[in-house]
Design a protein around this ligand. Structure first.
Ligand code: AMP
Ligand code: MG
Length: 362
C-alpha cells in the first residue's frame, strides 16, 4: 500500500480539438504503459475502466491492489476486434456470435469458457472469462495500442461508485496507478450488461443498458439470475461481484415508493426532521416533482419518461452527497417510473444495492 501511494499518476487529456495524430500518439504512449505491465484508467461508454494487460498475471494483481478489490471478483477482458475473442476463449457458441453481431462494439459483456492463455489472476480463479468490446472509439484504439487484451474493472476504489467523470478517477486512483486518460464520451453511466453464454440459454448476471428484451429479440429465450430481482433469494449471485454492496454512500440512503404526492410529502417531512437536528439531507427526485422538494441538496434525476438521465448521473450524485456530508438521502423509486422494465431495471438494481435494499412504501 505504501509503495502504491508513492506513485506519480500522469493525467493525459484528449480533447475534441486534438488532431488524429495527437490522439494516436497519446494512446500509443498509454498502450506502452500497459505493455510494460503498468495500469491506465481509460473512458468507455459505460464507466471509466482501470486497465492492465489481461494476459499478464502481475498486471491483474496490481489492479486488485490499486482498487483494494477482493481477488475472487474477476475482471472483464476488453478487446477491440472479434479476432481477439478467438484467442482467449475455448469456444464461441452460436448465441454469442449472434449477440456479438448485434451489440458489439457496445455495453455488453459475455462470459465464455476460458482459454489457458488467460491467467487465473484475471478470472478470479474461474475457468470462465468475461469479455467485452467497448463502443467508445478511444477505448478500442487504446486497447489495440496496448496489445489487444485489456483487463479492466471499473476505475474506482472498492466500495466507491463506478467513476463516470475523470475527476472521480483522480479522486480514487491518484498516486495508485501510472496514467489516467481524461476524455469525453462516458455516456451511459452504468456498468455493462453481463450475459453468461456458456449454458444452453443465455443468462443475464447483471442488468445494464442492453436489456433482456433487446437480447431476446436476437436470440430468443434469455434467463435472468434470480438474485437480480429477488433480494431475499438464498442463492449466491452468479457474477461474483454482484454479492458485494459496492456503492455505499456515507449517508443512509432510502428509496421511497408510492403515489407521487405522498412520496413528496413523506420525503419533505423526513428532511425537515433531520435538518431540525442539524443533519444535512439529500434528495434524488424526478424533474416533474423537483420544485416541491425542500432539503439541503436536491438532485435532478431528469424526466420520468427518460431513464437514461438518471443512469448517467446516479454515481455522480452519490459521490456529491459524500462530498456534501449528507447524513440522509431519499430517492424516488424509478421502478414505478420506468414500468417498461427496460433500462430502468438496471438503474433500480444499482440504486437498491447502494441503499442496501432499504425501500419504504408510503
Ligand atoms: P466491474 O468491471 O468492476 O464492473 O466488475 C466486473 C464484473 O464482472 C463483476 O461483477 C464480476 O463478478 C463479473 N465477472 C467477471 N468475470 C466473470 C466471470 N467469469 N463469471 C461471472 N462474472 C464475472
Ligand atoms: Mg466495479
Amino acid at each position: 500500500m505504501e509503495q502504491l501511494l508513492k506513485m506519480e499518476t500522469k493525467i493525459v487529456t484528449i480533447g475534441k480539438n486534438d488532431s488524429s495524430e495527437d490522439v494516436e500518439e497519446k494512446l500509443a504512449c498509454a498502450g506502452c504503459v500497459i505493455r510494460r505491465g503498468g495500469l491506465v484508467a481509460f473512458p468507455t461508454e459505460t464507466v471509466y475502466g482501470l486497465g492492465g494487460d489481461a494476459l499478464n498475471p502481475e498486471s491483474s494483481r496490481k489492479i486488485y491492489a490499486a482498487k483494494g478489490r477482493p481477488c475472487d471478483n474477476p475482471l472483464i477482458v476488453h478487446i477491440a476486434d472479434i479476432a481477439a475473442l478467438e484467442q482467449i476463449v475455448c469456444e464461441i457458441p452460436q448465441t454469442a456470435k449472434k449477440l456479438a453481431d448485434a451489440f458489439w462494439p457496445g455495453p455488453l459483456t459475455m462470459i465464455f469458457r476460458r482459454a489457458a492463455i488467460v491467467p487465473h489472476q484475471t478470472t478470479g480463479g474461474l475457468d470462465t472469462v468475461a469479455v467485452r468490446m467497448p463502443g467508445h472509439p478511444l477505448a478500442r484504439l487504446f486497447i489495440r495500442k496496448a496489445g489487444g487484451y485489456v483487463a479492466a474493472p471499473s476505475a474506482n476504489l472498492s466500495g466507491k461508485p463506478s467513476p463516470t467523470l475523470a475527476k472521480h478517477v483522480v479522486q480514487d486512483m491518484d498516486g495508485r496507478i501510472d496514467m489516467i486518460i481524461d476524455a469525453e464520451g462516458v455516456e451511459i453511466g452504468l456498468e455493462s450488461t453481463i450475459v453468461d453464454v456458456t449454458g444452453e440459454i443465455p443468462m443475464i448476471l447483471r442488468p445494464g443498458y442492453i436489456t433482456q428484451k433487446m437480447l431476446s429479440g436476437v436470440v430468443g429465450a434469455v434467463d435472468m439470475d434470480v438474485t437480480i430481482y429477488d433480494s431475499s433469494s438464498a442463492q449466491a449471485p452468479k457474477a461474483p461481484g454482484m454479492k458485494y454492496r459496492h456503492y455505499a454512500p456515507k449517508g443512509e440512503l432510502v428509496i421511497v415508493e408510492g403515489e407521487p404526492q405522498k412520496v413528496v410529502r413523506y420525503i419533505n417531512q423526513q428532511a425537515a426532521l433531520h435538518e431540525a437536528e442539524g443533519k444535512r439531507t439529500g434528495i434524488i427526485g424526478t424533474e416533474e416533482l423537483l420544485p416541491e422538494y425542500h432539503a439541503a441538496s436536491v438532485k435532478n434525476a431528469g424526466s420520468k419518461s427518460d431513464s437514461t438521465t438518471i443512469a448517467r448521473q446516479l454515481y455522480t450524485f452519490l459521490r456529491e452527497f459524500d462530498d456534501e456530508d449528507v447524513s440522509y438521502i431519499y430517492a424516488e423509486s424509478f421502478a414505478e417510473t420506468f414500468t417498461d422494465y427496460g433500462f430502468g431495471q438496471a438503474v433500480m438494481n444499482r440504486l437498491l444495492k447502494a441503499a442496501g435494499h432499504k425501500v419504504i412504501r408510503v
